[in-house]
Design a protein around this ligand. Structure first.
Ligand SMILES: Cc1ncc(COP(=O)(O)O)c(C=O)c1O
Length: 423
């Protein structure tokens, strides 16, 4: 075999890699439509086959038979915390440090508010221009509500280190950039924030289930994340929040609903926070969404995170190599970091993004061919490499479709001129 024939992967190579893949058995655990190559698990994970069965059991056996007694008999009331303890195993937290509640944006608001109250003499919330906009919007809304002169300071990601000073109350970052997949070094930046006595709040929406996360080893103070991307809990699935044990007596969040009360069924007229993570629960848990998440999470906990990361990087490498060799002249520009690492610092997350002036049309034409990725303004095509249900031959076939779209000009079809409301 010549050097060049080893360098350019073939379909046969890819099939052989799939056959030898230790994670290959997981693919059948997901309900993927025939003929679809799903490269959008970074946006919405597919349906695990165990979820309908679990949700149906909750509906028919638990709710249907046990009625209101299910709150205790079936553990519904405790689910935000019991599920939090299970999720803790995936993200390097201790039992009692995570609650599965509300949405990512709402949890961010709660955690940011708690953190700001712990630094009353400081007014700066430091973040970056690559943050997901909802995080910035929630910070703006909270600052306006507090009306104490807080400033959201948004800097270029490369200027973070020189922007961390004694005015900063909270460093608020999304670990993996949703557009490019670039990863902030959580341990290093948390240490840098702590050196100036600022607290850290990490958004792990594109991290949990995609890259190894070790919240306690990184000494993170607060974190939030979602369940519907790499954790496959379904559209609008419940989000989660993390409060490090060392802050649990001092951290107070403002949505002081009855289920965060020390004694909700005493129906006192005054709020008294529960101990520990329970005070960050606000309302009655959405049990249907929680049991869907529980069933989906079981699959992630069965797989080895190291093996998942290794395969995700191998899929991404294959994709980049094939796009560069097969579609090199078509004007696609890699906007993700070229390197990725299995261990921290990770550099690139679970997705690969390319920029192209006709990116929206390319993504739409690919979707019509059964290759599902997505598009982010102004010109970014995103492809997620989720190792439990994407194989090497899928990547090969996806790039062949991409080449065909570009060669034939399918993406220039006028029906792709107007963008849909979800891209
Ligand atoms: C990094 C990040 N944070 C927050 C959100 C918003 O989450 P939610 O709609 O659950 O509030 C998203 C949504 O995609 C996201 O990517």
């Amino acid at each position: 075999m010549t050097a060049s024939s080893t360098a350019i992967p073939t379909h046969a190579n890819c099939l052989a890699r799939d056959a030898a893949d230790p994670l290959g058995g997981f693919r059948d655990r997901f309900a993927l439509p025939e003929g679809v190559i799903y490269l959008d698990g970074n946006s919405l994970g597919p349906l695990p086959k165990s979820v309908p069965e679990r949700v149906n059991r909750m509906l028919v056996e638990e709710w249907g038979s046990h009625l209101i007694t299910g709150w205790l008999k079936d553990g519904w009331m405790e689910l935000p915390l019991t599920l939090g303890d299970r999720l803790a195993q995936l993200v390097g937290a201790q039992p009692g440090e995570i609650a599965v509640v509300d949405t990512t944006s709402v949890n961010l608001f709660k955690m940011l508010s708690a953190a700001l109250a712990m630094r009353p003499d400081r007014k700066v919330i430091l973040s970056t221009s690559d943050n997901f906009p909802t995080d910035l919007y929630m910070a703006q809304g909270l600052a306006a509500l507090l009306d104490k002169g807080h400033e959201l300071r948004v800097v270029d990601p490369d200027d973070l280190d020189c922007s961390l000073d004694e005015t900063v109350a909270v460093l608020m970052l999304t670990e993996v950039d949703f557009k490019t997949g670039r990863v902030h070094d959580m341990a290093r930046l948390t240490a840098a924030a702590h050196r100036v006595e600022a607290l850290t709040l990490w958004d792990l929406a594109h991290s949990a289930g995609a890259i190894p996360v070790d919240l306690n080893r990184s000494r993170a103070d607060f974190a939030v994340g979602c369940s519907y991307k790499y954790l496959n809990a379904g559209p609008g699935g419940p989000a989660w929040l993390f409060v490090a044990n060392r802050h649990q007596q001092t951290a107070h969040q403002p949505l002081t609903g009855w289920l965060g009360h020390a004694a909700p069924f005493a129906f006192d007229l005054d709020y008294r926070p529960a101990d520990g993570i329970r005070r960050h629960v606000c309302s009655s848990p959405g049990v249907i969404g929680l049991v869907a998440f529980e069933a989906a999470l079981d699959i992630m906990l069965e797989a080895d995170m190291g093996a998942m990361r290794r395969k995700s990087i191998a899929l991404q490498e294959l994709f980049i190599t094939l796009v560069e060799t097969r579609c090199g002249e078509a004007g696609l520009r890699l906007v993700s970091p070229r390197e990725a690492s299995e261990t921290a610092p990770f550099l690139r997350g679970g997705q690969v993004s390319f920029a192209h002036p006709k990116g929206y049309g390319i993504v739409q034409a690919l979707i019509e061919r059964g290759v599902i990725g997505d598009f982010r303004d102004p010109n970014i095509l995103r492809f997620g490499f989720t190792p439990l249900y994407v194989g090497f031959a899928d990547v090969f076939d996806a790039v062949e479709h991409l080449k065909a779209v570009l060669d034939t000009g399918e993406h220039l079809n006028p029906r792709y001129t107007d963008r849909a409301s979800v891209t």
